[in-house]
Design a protein around this ligand. Sequence first.
Ligand code: FES
Length: 67
Amino acid sequence: MEEFTEEKKAACVITLKPKGPISILGDFIIIDEEGNELPKREKISICRCGMSDKMPVCDGTHKGLCF
Ligand code: FES
């Protein structure tokens, strides 16, 4: 995975992983469907297969799925 650097001049980098999650790296906040802010962190992978047991965070379940 490419590292986030100051030279990129962006607050965060969002990467769509092939057949996997949406990776977010940098300075960001995430608000859940009920309007609550998730704990602040520098990096997160958001599930987009819908099968994670830790929604909205990817737990790796997508790796066993056939796309
Ligand atoms: S994308 Fe990884 S569990 Fe859904």
